[in-house]
Write a protein that binds this ligand. Sequence first.
Ligand code: SAM
Length: 660
Amino acid sequence: MTWAQSRDRMVEQHVIRRGINDRSVTMAMRTVPRELFVDPGFEEFAYEDAPLAIGQGQTISQPYIVALMIEKADLDAGDNVLEIGTGSGYAAALVSRIARHVYTVERHEPLANQAKRRFEKLGYRNIDVRIGDGSKGWIKAAPFDAIIVSAGVPEVPSSLKEQLDLGGRLVIPVGEGEPQRLKRITRTGVSQFEEEDLGGVMFVPLIGEDAWTARHPMYTPTTPAPQARTPKDLIANAAEEFLSIDDRSFTTLFDRFARSRIVLLGESTHGTSEFYRARAAVSRYLIENHGFNLIAVEADWPDAAAINRIINGRRASGDPPFQRFPSWMWRNREFSDFVSWMQAENSARGSSRNEPIRFYGLDLYNMSGSIRAVLDFLDGVDPHAAAAARERYGCLSPWQNNPATYGRAVLTDAHRSCEDAVLQQCKDLLERSLEAAATDGDEFLDAAQSARLLAAAERYYRTMYYGGPEAWNLRDTYMAETIEHLVDFHGPDAKIIVWAHNSHIGDARFTEMAAGRDELNLGQLCRQRFDGSTSLIGFGTNSGEVLAASNWDGPAEIKKIKPSLAGSYERLCHETGKERFLLDFDRSKELHAELVDDRLQRFIGVIYRPESERLSHYMQTSMPRQYDAFVWLDETHTVTPLEDPAMAAGGGDETYPFGL
Ligand code: SAM
């Protein structure tokens, strides 16, 4: 009997007779030479309906089960598919004959390499193989139309569900013991899934962070025992603990950054009290002890200019600052206390030779002010266009990923046709701010700089109007240019502290932002432009509560922060059991080397959507390359928003310094 005849017999006897009818599956099985996927000497058994050993204690699955799983994955010719547990490569080869592209992950290097050689030999070019832990999926290649898992899990990893496209199918053996149940999970909505039971199966365990781990009672390790120095141990060793953010044991940790010209302080949410208080404490310390005197923050320049006037003893003019969404970002008790301190410090400096503290907003183009103008305009002419704009702006600030939502924010004709009118409004807004600055004697925005701003305004507002990665890049580029101008304006001794979200200050080249979306950011540009004199410091947390909205322009809500995901940097920090510490990546080569490979990191901005957290708020990053240091605060609390200025009309001091 020829190999082709053996294949036909296998398909008839073991596949069709047992109820598999999908022609694309049976065709693939008649085509792929299974004898090339078994170990030498076992070819004669290749077409029996049995699993066979393939080395490393693993097996090539029984043909019927492979056929069943592929049939249940319901593949189409255009599909993007992930197969976890490459093993011999046979299942991936079958899928590659049906779908557009297959990504497959195997934890045993020799098996993965052998499978790669087989695909090359057969000329199957639409398969990518990765060596690693597939229990976390393959984020960069997601979303998938189908995911097939060829090993058993105790429970369905949420990371895999989140990597399914809308309508995508996950076929996976699940269960604590044997046999497991074969399940099909279908994504029916952003956070909705349907589950079906397809019967009993026997699979080897999927061994990984989001599956069977060495700590699980059901799992007896066949792999070497974990090394004595795990990433968690290395973090615990390197962690420089402090008593509290109000204690000198915290602030003096920043002496090491005193020689930098620019120190950028991040935050992993826009609504956490501890991040504001920690940055205020560090800023006070650097100002009092190390000659820093400029603070530049991720905020609209006209609002920040009002604060600058207040702390420098000048009368504020115009509306109270920071009244627009997301007002709690700056209109909060923590920041207000810092403003009072800056004011007191400046008046104590009086006529001494110490330069006063100055406070600036990095968004010279008045981003939230302009977004407000766009939304007000669109709300009036076309609520659909306004809704789409709100969704799109949700992806602008700060890093946020939500392809499904973004997809819904399709531009209407009305949206396009409003472009010119809206642009004109934004430009008028800018001109009015520049005029106010001129009458105010704001020397920083001199005539030359104002002219430069006006010349580039058309492009800025047009790009911002439509949202998307180009708008992000333009915004961060202008923020970096503002810093350059501040340095030029204040001379060679100027030392600046920047407050912005982690997604703006961690070097984007070492995150998914650059790899997957061609995005750059402020931290990267500062490093490139002020080489050797920039320090980037990230801040993170595991759990607690945060103030955030559910949608752009929505009300601020107190939201529970979900404990960090397995496989994330945050989880490693949490597992050290230490509540607060600084990690300095330059101080431990071993730590740097251990953490340098990409892991998940969480980003919560003005919007937090816990229901789709993995997809919306986590991305792959290399933390030690992104930041010079990372501050860990295990449990955190919400910022305290100040009263709405309208409600506080008669409230007097309550909203100081905002109730002007
Ligand atoms: N699909 C394979 C085939 O066609 O030959 C059979 C897969 S075999 C039953 C299961 C495979 O999953 C093994 O090769 C095993 O090494 C692999 N595996 C187990 N845990 C894994 C993990 N976390 N990531 C990737 N592969 C894993």
